[in-house]
Every structure is written in structure tokens, then in C-alpha cells.
Design a protein around this ligand. Structure first.
Ligand code: SF4
Ligand code: SF4
Length: 345
């Protein structure tokens, strides 16, 4: 591919709204499979069984689509307008992870990736093939993005960049086109440990390693059963995900605010009342979270998290809000509500 077309691709992707574009090869990560196997062997994926099941693809992007010659990695910024930790000081309110306070990013990013992909086919020739991925296929976006020079995987294991901070989504376009790869970015964490120190559940066994089983994002979103009682107090009022390690990173001082308005916090999701959330019935839950990533976990798991947050609130006025949930037909939710009532005394 000529460097002219390469630059046009980058310009076009940026005009589509992507903040940064990098290119790598599908076979660039020879040790990825081993690192992933180690993570799964140690059980750190918790009950995200899908991670172990499709490990042969996840650990080797070249095997996912053998005809692919290049991987274009793209970053889409969703930086919050305010420090997302402010809501943690209001225990009667719910803290929802920044990325989930409005529309589901998968749909938005995927449409954008497809537009860039179609443009590439038009430019490079009809025999060019592409496949786009956003966090739903067995693709390890973070190491690929690091290899493509978008940034580096920090001690909190997420990708960050000196010019972007760490509030961005990643999308991938695999293509049969041979593109000149970028050089990987250097690590600029240095002696900083801000993200490790900020973690409420000490989910990092070591820098650059995450034990998902202790991570609030995993526990509140992916984990289906009751959350270990020893970890519940550390959830605080976080009912869907956790941003503490991301928010602590000093490189965010260079983060641009998201230009996509559909990522800005919905008024009713920036700091919703726990009592109002506890009153949601099934239809109310589906209506409120239509088009939101939160819908995926369903009412029972969502209210399980709300019940833990009420239990952690220290606010006995919330007892009446959680009491009806103790009789819910979902046993995990009912137990969470009973735990909250007992904790509120
Ligand atoms: S998301 Fe929260 S719980 Fe998970 S590692 Fe980061 S700070 Fe810790
Ligand atoms: S907070 Fe510090 S250690 Fe953690 S990712 Fe950012 S720069 Fe690296």
C-alpha cells in the first residue's frame, strides 16, 4: 500500500470520529497465547468461560482469519466531563461506570468501523476484504492496539496513551490488504502506582496483572451468583462497573472530552437515587435501559448490585426501598436484599 493511501486511511478514520489509528499485523503477538493461558490457568478470568473456550483464537489473531494480512486498530474517546469518583461521596446515589451512562458503544463504534472499512474497499479495490470487531469477538484488542502503537498497556492493564489518557474504546478492522505496520508505543508508567493504589478491592496481584475475580467491573457485570461477602463492603455504591483505576491515571490530564454526545452521561444515569433504582420492575428496567449496555445483565443482577450498595450506604432510610426485594423470586437478589437489611440494622 502506498504511504499516500495509508495517510488517507488515517485521515478518513479521524474524520469519522476516531481519535487515533494504528496498524499492526495479525501475527505480531507470539507470546500472547502463553500469557492468556497463564491468566486462565490461574483462574483469574473467574466465570468468564468464553475466555477459555475460544482461547486458540483469542491467543492468536492470525488463526482467527488466516487470510488477514493487517489489523487496523482505532481508538474512540469517551472521556467524562467530570471526575466520575464524585458520586462515590454520596452513598444514597448509585455510581455507574462512565462508559455505561448512555448508549451502548458497541453499536456506535461498529457502525463507524464499517464505514471506514467500506471506504477502504472503495479506495483499495473490490478484492479487498475486511472484518470489523468491537469487544464481542475473540480478539484481544488491548495487546493488538499496543502493538499498533496506539499506546501501551499500563499497570492497570488497560491501554493508555500520552496524548489520550485512558478513556477510549478500541475497535479493530482486520483486512486482507498489506499495510505498513506502526511501531509499538513505549511504556510510560514509570514509577507511578496511582491505579494500583486506587483499587478498592486490591484486584492487582502485581503491576500489569489483574485478577478479574476481585475486580468490581467483573463482579458487578459478569459475575452471576452472589458476590463474596468479604468483597461486598468494598463495592461501596458502585452498581455497574468501576472506574477508579482509570480515573486515577495522571495521563488523563491530556484526555480530550468525548465529541460523541451519545457517550455523555444521561441526566438520570449520572448519579441516580438507589431508592428509585430498587423500585424498578422488569418492564421499568427494560424501558429505562433500552439501548444501554446495562440492559444485558438483566433486572435481577442489576438490583442485586443496588441492594449491596444500599447495604453499604449506612442510610437506614433506604431500608424501606430494599425490603420488598428480600421476597423477590430471584434467590440471589433476595439474599442480597436480606444482607442489606441486616447491615442497616
Ligand atoms: S475497575 Fe475498580 S475494582 Fe477493577 S481493577 Fe480497576 S479499580 Fe480495581
Ligand atoms: S496510573 Fe500510573 S501506573 Fe497506572 S496506568 Fe496510569 S501511569 Fe501507569
Amino acid at each position: 500500500m502506498t504511504s499516500g493511501l495509508r495517510q488517507k486511511l488515517i485521515d478518513h478514520a479521524q474524520a469519522e470520529g476516531f481519535a487515533k489509528v494504528g496498524i499492526t499485523r495479525p501475527d505480531v503477538l507470539p507470546t500472547l497465547g502463553r500469557r492468556l493461558a497463564d491468566f486462565v490457568d490461574k483462574g483469574r478470568h473467574g466465570d468468564m468461560g468464553w475466555m477459555a473456550e475460544r482461547m486458540h483464537w483469542r491467543g492468536n489473531p492470525a488463526a482467527l482469519w488466516p487470510e488477514a494480512r493487517s489489523v487496523i486498530m482505532l481508538a474512540e474517546v469517551y472521556s467524562p466531563e467530570h471526575d466520575p469518583r464524585e458520586v462515590l461521596r454520596h452513598p444514597d446515589k448509585a455510581a455507574i461506570s462512565v462508559y455505561a451512562q448512555n448508549r451502548d458503544y458497541h453499536d456506535i463504534v461498529k457502525k463507524r468501523l464499517k464505514r471506514v472499512g467500506r471506504w477502504l474497499i472503495d479506495e483499495a479495490g473490490r478484492d479487498t476484504e475486511i472484518k470489523v470487531f468491537v469487544d464481542t469477538a475473540p480478539v484481544m484488542e488491548k495487546p493488538l492496539a499496543a502493538a499498533a502503537g496506539l499506546g501501551w498497556q499500563g499497570k492497570h492493564t488497560n491501554l493508555l496513551a500520552r496524548d489520550l489518557g485512558n478513556w477510549f474504546f478500541l475497535g479493530a478492522i482486520f483486512t486482507t490488504l498489506e499495510l505498513e505496520p506502526d511501531a509499538p508505543a513505549a511504556d510510560h508508567c514509570g514509577a507511578c502506582t496511582a491505579c494500583l493504589d486506587a483499587c478498592p478491592t486490591r484486584a492487582f496481584p502485581a503491576p500489569y496483572q489483574l485478577d478479574a475475580r476481585r475486580c468490581i467491573s467483573y463482579l458487578t457485570i459478569e459475575h452471576k451468583g452472589p458476590i463474596d461477602e468479604a468483597l461486598r463492603p468494598a463495592l461501596g455504591n458502585r452498581i455497574y462497573g468501576c472506574d477508579d483505576c482509570l480515573a486515577a491515571c495522571p495521563w488523563n490530564k491530556f484526555a480530550a472530552v468525548a465529541s460523541e454526545v451519545r457517550y455523555r452521561a444521561r441526566d438520570d444515569l449520572a448519579a441516580p437515587d438507589l431508592a428509585a433504582l430498587a423500585a424498578l420492575d422488569d418492564a421499568g428496567f427494560r424501558e429505562k435501559f433500552s439501548g444501554s449496555p446495562i440492559k444485558r445483565i438483566g433486572r435481577a443482577r442489576f438490583l442485586r448490585n443496588v441492594a449491596y450498595a444500599i447495604g453499604n450506604s449506612g442510610d437506614s432510610r433506604l431500608k424501606e426501598a430494599v425490603r420488598p426485594l428480600a421476597a423477590d423470586p430471584d434467590p440471589v437478589l433476595a439474599e442480597a436484599a436480606r444482607w442489606a437489611l441486616a447491615r442497616l440494622g
